[in-house]
Design a protein around this ligand. Structure first.
Ligand SMILES: N[C@@H](CCC(=O)N[C@@H](CS)C(=O)NCC(=O)O)C(=O)O
Length: 284
């Protein structure tokens, strides 16, 4: 196996940022935090201001907001502003003010005084579930199981996205060691889900919850092949039959279909995508 590894690199004693790492996203990767430029965030008319992009982490939140609206929670009306991470919008001073980690999604709730900033997609889902008393079980045991899977997703998806996806799809050359390591872990995670979903309709049990909203955009998309070209074949995703059934049931929800189109540029494949959402009618 070692013959498939790039040869000749010896780490120096102290790492320095003196060369492009290559691969997709090389232009936005930096070893330092903080803003790179001054830019205030726009403010719309709704109580909730979302600054995001329609990636798996962003979709979690727009799906939750659309689910809340579909369930009759009119206080969940929101403006969704587009953050172009490839253009470095996440490093603007206004965005860093609501998320010092410079990653989408980030939410500002203007119904509180002072306004509440919420960052990390799992924290945003939990905040909204608690604010509206929805999509989280109210009993302690059920709530705990829901949070088990929510936190499972937050800890696991970096191995899928930052590990498997990065080295399978984005790295400038294929490294067998890295692809083997993260393909193995991703398949193990799919098996964890598959076994659990054999006995449970949804992750927290009988009811659809924020745990499903967090896991679906990552592990559902792997099973449909929407994440990384040919990954579904490489990982034999169709063999995780309970994951496939669960993915399809969630994909059929109208609110999921609406949330899945937000903060994305319209494309040839998805003409119905909307770059920003400022009114329910934008999605109709
Ligand atoms: N743990 C974070 C991860 C967020 C994240 O990685 N966001 C990516 C897009 S999916 C991002 O903003 N990347 C821009 C960057 O790394 O500069 C969450 O769940 O909110």
């Amino acid at each position: 196996m070692t013959e498939n590894q790039p040869a000749g690199y010896e780490p120096p004693e102290v790492w320095t940022w003196d060369q492009e790492s290559g691969g997709r996203f090389a232009n936005i990767n930096r070893p330092i935090a903080g803003p790179t430029h001054d830019k205030d965030l726009p403010v719309g008319k709704h109580p909730l201001q979302l600054h995001s992009l329609g990636t798996p982490n962003g979709i979690k939140v727009t799906v939750m907001l659309e689910e809340l609206l579909a369930a009759g929670h009119s206080g969940a009306e929101y403006d969704a502003w587009y953050i172009g991470i490839g253009d470095g919008d996440q490093f603007g001073s206004g965005f860093v003010g609501i998320n010092p980690n410079s990653k989408i999604p980030a939410l500002l709730d203007r119904t509180t005084d002072p306004a509440t900033r919420v960052f990390e997609s799992g924290s945003i889902l939990l905040y909204l579930a608690e604010k509206f008393g929805a999509f989280i079980p109210s009993d302690h045991a059920g709530r705990t199981e829901c949070l088990n899977w929510l936190f499972w997703q937050m800890g696991s998806a970096p191995y899928l996205g930052g590990g498997f996806g990065h080295f399978f799809a984005y790295a400038p050359f294929k490294i067998q060691y890295a692809i083997d390591r993260f393909a193995m872990e991703t398949k193990r995670q799919l098996d964890v889900l598959d076994r659990h979903l054999a006995d449970n309709r949804f992750l927290a049990g009988t009811d659809y919850s924020i745990a499903d909203m967090a896991v679906w955009p990552w592990y559902g998309a792997i099973s449909t092949g929407d994440s990384y070209a040919n990954a579904e074949t490489f990982l034999e995703a169709a063999s995780y039959k309970n994951v496939v059934c669960w993915e399809q049931e969630i994909a059929g929800r109208p609110a999921v279909q609406r949330g899945d189109r937000v903060n994305l540029n319209p494309s040839d494949e998805n003409k119905d995508n909307i770059r920003e959402r400022h009114d329910a009618s934008d999605l109709d």
